[in-house]
Design a protein around this ligand. Structure first.
Ligand SMILES: [Zn+2]
Length: 488
């Protein structure tokens, strides 16, 4: 009798909690349709923040904004210092033109942490001297000139202007490797304004890691490092070969200031009611290259993560297990933020159910493939998504065949250090389901990484998918099984 009574009470409590869970999920699905704010977040990032490279004030502004958003929705926020850089770098506007009868505006960019000009600076144009004889022939003309470097199209990296690179080049020249080595130091010492290299379009403009972390206010680069539209480059080069009389003028506002500048992972939590020390996690990175606005890489990921958090908070979610939303720093510098989080065991590795990373195109999360041991749990967690949006169906697939080996090197994105340490880091499969001819390569790390490349329907849908799935997994009465996740 007693036993039956107890079972009845347990059953009633379970039903109550199931009802509460259903209600939360229903509210998330409903708000996802009627009050989805993913694109409001994207608007703020593009309009008010823009490019946000490690070292910049804008990345601090972005951090403050993310913290304030999470707190305004009632989440617990922890700010984890993960990266420090000695010298800060902020970018202002840049412009350039060719001064001649057939003059033109120049289409160019400069990698981060490279020198700007002192306001508009005009100069004639020379071809790079390739050996001592050629150098001697132009050494008097180099001062105040722009020098064309006939490298093949670059991948957007800066010329290595570090003292170490200088000594490597000097050693090669001493070995008689003239003609293959850039006479960088000699030209800078002769007083060139800067170097101009051809760039494919859309332009990729990055930085040079060797230079930014070793930089001090005493060894800042002095000569500009310009990547110019390869078609304009060819036109200008022909004029130089023809020995025409013309000048180029550049005005580049690249500003350095003393640090140290510190950057942070922002970790927001909806605390679990039964297993608060266990976590379902999701995340994306806040830092972005600064030639454009980092709207897709990884602004869109940040917006989806933020909106998943907001939807769950607005629905009053009280999951059994904690859900953590991670906004990482310094991904573009070698996954530094997420690496720090994992290696410092911020959350014990065996307490993480899964980490979902979002860092790719602004596409729709349409399916997930999981090992057989996780299949039933994912089917249960994702069930509310199966008939949510008939235009964007969602499926869970059981992985066929043998598991892959655990990765041993970090690549890709912020899921890497989780996966390398055997923590489940299964991501959603994202697709261009409406066929918008989206190719991430067209945008990735380029001047075209702008707000207008975002696809609202896909991003809004993905926020709902991430919220519902994380909530479902957080309400299981166990962590996801790691059986058959990796080969070992
Ligand atoms: Zn990215």
């Amino acid at each position: 009798m007693k036993k039956t009574f107890f079972s009845l009470v347990t059953a009633a409590l379970m039903a109550l909690s199931l009802n509460a869970q259903d209600k939360v999920t229903k509210t998330v699905l409903e708000l996802g349709r009627t009050d989805n704010r993913t694109m409001e977040h994207a608007d703020y990032i593009a309009r008010n923040i823009g490019g946000r490279i490690v070292g910049s004030h804008m990345l601090h502004h972005a951090e403050d904004w993310v913290i304030q958003q999470f707190r305004s929705w009632g989440l617990d926020v922890t700010v984890q210092e993960a990266v420090e850089i000695g010298v800060g770098f902020d970018r202002g506007p840049w412009s350039g033109r060719m001064l001649s009868e057939d003059g033109m505006m120049l289409h160019f960019g400069t990698p981060a942490y490279t020198a700007g000009t002192r306001g508009p600076q005009k100069g004639r144009v020379l071809l790079e001297p390739k050996n001592q004889w050629e150098f001697d022939r132009v050494k008097g003309a180099l001062k105040g000139s722009w020098v064309l470097l006939e490298t093949g199209p670059t991948s957007g990296l800066a010329i290595d202007a570090s003292p170490k690179a200088d000594s490597t080049r000097a050693a090669l020249l001493a070995e008689g490797k003239e003609g293959t080595v850039l006479m960088y130091r000699q030209m800078v010492d002769a007083g060139v304004l800067g170097f101009i290299r051809p760039s494919k379009l859309p332009m990729q403009v990055l930085y040079n890691r060797a230079m930014c972390f070793d930089l001090t206010m005493d060894n800042l680069p002095k000569a500009c490092d310009i990547l110019l539209d390869e078609h304009q480059f060819a036109q200008i080069k022909q004029k130089v070969v023809d020995r025409q009389d013309f000048q180029l003028e550049f005005d580049i506002r690249n500003h350095f200031f003393p640090g140290p500048m510190k950057y942070h992972n922002i970790l927001a939590v909806i605390k679990g009611t039964q297993y608060p020390d266990e976590y379902v996690m999701m995340g994306s990175h806040l830092d972005a290259y600064d030639i454009a606005t980092g709207s897709t890489d990884d602004g869109q990921g940040v917006c989806v993560t933020l909106e998943a958090a907001r939807l769950l908070a607005a629905a009053g979610a009280k999951p059994k297990r904690s859900i953590m939303f991670c906004i990482w720093t310094a991904e573009e510098y070698g996954l530094l933020g997420s690496k720090y989080f994992v290696q410092n065991k911020t959350i014990p590795w065996n307490k993480i159910s899964n980490y979902f990373n979002r860092d790719g195109g602004p596409l729709a999360a349409t399916s997930i493939t999981v090992p057989p041991a996780m299949y039933d749990d994912f089917m249960k967690a994702c069930e509310p998504l199966f008939d949510y949006n008939p235009d964007i169906p969602f499926t869970v697939t059981k992985r066929e065949g043998e598991p892959q080996a655990r990765p041993t090197t970090a690549g890709g994105s912020d899921h890497a250090y989780f996966a390398m340490n055997g923590i489940p880091a299964i991501s959603f499969r994202e697709s261009d389901i409406f066929g918008y001819d989206f190719i991430y390569r067209d945008i990735w790390h380029t001047e075209d990484d702008l707000y207008d490349k975002l696809i609202p329907a896909y991003m809004e849908h993905s926020a709902v998918v991430q919220a519902v799935t994380a909530y479902g997994l957080a309400n299981l009465n166990h962590l996801l099984s790691r059986d058959g996740l990796y080969k070992d």
